[in-house]
Design a protein around this ligand. Structure first.
Ligand SMILES: Nc1ncnc2c1ncn2[C@@H]1O[C@H](COP(=O)(O)OP(=O)(O)OP(=O)(O)O)[C@@H](O)[C@H]1O
Length: 222
C-alpha cells in the first residue's frame, strides 16, 4: 500500500512565530484509502498538525512527505501544485452565500482552469451524486440544512479527485443524526480510494464507524 502521509520525528508548532512546539516526536503514516481519526482535547494540537500536513504551517523539524511532496520543500511557488492533491473541509462551511450549490462548485473548477462547460457539468453532477445532493444543485447555501451544507463542502473538496482529504471538526456544527451521516459519507469516500484525516470530539461516531484513532495528548501523538 502506498503511503499518502509519512511524517517522522517532527516537531509541530501552532504558529510559525512560536518557538516551542505544541507536539513533539510526531511520527505518523497514513496509507492510501485509509481514514484516520485525530482526537484530543481542545487546544491539544490537532489543527496545528493538520495545517502542517497541508502546508499551511511550515515543517521546521523532522521529515514529512505528503502526496509525494516533501513538506520541507514546499514554497509559495509549488504550494498550489501540492494543494491540488488535497481537499479540505472545515467546521465552518465557507460557501459563497450568493451562489447556488452548483455555482459554488463551478467557481472552484473554473479557478482550477476547467473551461469545457460539458466537462464541468459532468464533474459537478458526479460529485453531487456522491454526496446525495444532486436534487438541490440550484439552491442557495441558506436554502439547505447544515448537514447538507457540509455535504456540499465535501463535494467541493473532492472536485479535483484529491488523494487526501483533511477534515477539521467537520461535524462540529451538526446535530448527532446529521453528524453520523457526514462521517458515514467520509467512509464511502475512503472506500473509493481517497485517504482522510478527520479530527473530531464525537467519540460516539468513532465507535459507530471504526477506524484507526490517533490522540493528541500532553504534547505527543498517542
Ligand atoms: N497563531 C497562534 N499563535 C499562538 N498560539 C496559537 C496559535 N494558534 C493556535 N495556538 C494555540 O496552540 C494550541 C494548539 O492549537 P490547535 O488549534 O492546534 O488545537 P486543537 O487541538 O485543534 O484545538 P480545537 O479542538 O479547539 O480545534 C492552543 O493552545 C492554541 O491556543
Amino acid at each position: 500500500m502506498n503511503n499518502v502521509v509519512h511524517i517522522e520525528k517532527a516537531l509541530i508548532y501552532a504558529s510559525s512565530k512560536l518557538n516551542s512546539p505544541i507536539l513533539s516526536d510526531v511520527s505518523l503514516t497514513i496509507g492510501e484509502g485509509e481514514l484516520l481519526y485525530l482526537v484530543g482535547r481542545v487546544g491539544s494540537g490537532k489543527s496545528s498538525l493538520m495545517k502542517t500536513i497541508y502546508g499551511e504551517l511550515p515543517l521546521r523539524v523532522g521529515k514529512g512527505v505528503v502526496c509525494g511532496f516533501d513538506l520541507r520543500k514546499i514554497t509559495s511557488k509549488n504550494l498550489y501544485k501540492f494543494r491540488r492533491h488535497i481537499g479540505v473541509v472545515f467546521q465552518e462551511y465557507n460557501l459563497m452565500a450568493g451562489m447556488s450549490v452548483y455555482e459554488n462548485l463551478e467557481f472552484v473548477l473554473r479557478a482550477t482552469e476547467w473551461k469545457n462547460k460539458r466537462a464541468i457539468n459532468r464533474r459537478i453532477e458526479e460529485v453531487l451524486n456522491t454526496v446525495s445532493m444532486a436534487d438541490k444543485a440550484h439552491r442557495l447555501p441558506s436554502e439547505v440544512s447544515g448537514g447538507e451544507r457540509q455535504r456540499v463542502c465535501i463535494a467541493r473538496a473532492i472536485l479535483s479527485s484529491p488523494r487526501l482529504i483533511i477534515a477539521d471538526e467537520p461535524t462540529g456544527n451538526l446535530d448527532p443524526a446529521a453528524a453520523s451521516e457526514i462521517i458515514s459519507l467520509f467512509h464511502t469516500i475512503v472506500d473509493q480510494g481517497c485517504s482522510v484525516i478527520l479530527s473530531t470530539h464525537n467519540s460516539e461516531n468513532v465507535r459507530l464507524f471504526p477506524s484507526r484513532v490517533v490522540r493528541c495528548a500532553d504534547g505527543f501523538l498517542i
